[in-house]
Write a protein that binds this ligand. Structure first.
Ligand SMILES: [Fe+2]
Ligand SMILES: [Fe+2]
Length: 264
């Protein structure tokens, strides 16, 4: 059992990065389950039905989201009817959509849980208690469970890794858009990476045009950030899971830089 998880797809450049990188990955890992974070797909803010369909058609089996979930109002039209997308499970009760799903591909089932941190982000429900509740529901039903923890603080993400070690197969962080170098398998068999990094423009600031971001830092005046253009970098991570135990056997970061070099 193999999972490939692709970091936050940012705008048109991110979508181009996915289109060019996915076929390479599919050649390397034809039987993997592919999950991607889509919270920034529509010009950096949210996702539309058309973009979600584009990703599914290209071979992404499931999508996770984050703090930008509701930025594009299009999503309210279809999220309740789409089984292949999750938004953070600890959003307030009554929010549309769902926080966990089961992705089926290649005759295998992967439970996917999306959570959002509360450090330097809105004060939503407790992600630690929420994931305990969900795991109680999933207990003994699914061997392969992964968590996308969409959070800002490395400490909160590392804490979540320890909280879930031995209880899920894989914990990956999203949201900071910068890939961390701490991929490892925790002592009880959970593959862990603090942040997978993003799939989008490489010469801006986290996917946004750098002039606006610089202006904001220098003047503290209101600036509307726009998604950057230009060349991309693509960030993902792959984990291999033991078919019998569901525990992680290996984890490897993936980074493709447009027109430069390929590192695996
Ligand atoms: Fe993001
Ligand atoms: Fe985010």
């Amino acid at each position: 059992m193999r999972i490939v998880f692709i970091g936050d797809i940012v705008g048109a450049v991110g979508r181009k990065a996915l289109k060019e990188s996915l076929p390479k990955l599919k050649k390397l890992y034809p039987n993997a389950i592919y999950i991607a974070n889509g919270e920034n797909a529509a010009a950096g803010r949210g996702i539309t039905a058309a973009l979600a369909k584009e990703f599914y058609d290209q071979g992404v089996h499931g999508l996770t989201m984050g703090n930008h979930t509701w930025d594009n109002k299009d999503i309210f039209e279809w999220i309740d009817d789409e089984p292949r997308i999750v938004r953070p499970a600890n959003f307030p009760q009554g929010n549309p959509g769902k926080g966990h799903m089961v992705v089926k591909a290649h005759g295998q089932e992967l439970a996917v849980i999306n959570l959002q941190g509360r450090t330097f982000l809105p004060a939503i429900d407790d992600p630690f208690r929420k994931v305990d509740d969900i795991l109680e529901q999933l207990k003994n039903k699914y061997k392969f469970i992964m968590v996308d923890f969409h959070a800002e603080a490395t400490s909160e993400k590392i804490a979540m890794g320890w909280h879930l070690d031995g209880r899920v197969s894989f914990v990956v962080g999203t949201h900071t858009h910068v890939q961390t170098n701490d991929d490892r398998i925790l002592p009880n068999g959970t593959a862990y990476l603090t942040d997978v990094g993003m799939t989008g423009p490489r010469d801006g600031v986290l996917g946004m045009e750098r002039a606006g971001v610089l202006q904001k830092f220098k003047t503290q005046l209101p600036v509307r950030f726009v998604v950057d253009e230009g060349k991309y970098h693509f960030h993902a991570v792959t984990v291999e899971l033991d078919a019998q135990t569901g525990k992680a056997k290996s984890i490897a970061k993936i980074r493709y830089i447009e027109d430069e070099f390929v590192m695996e």
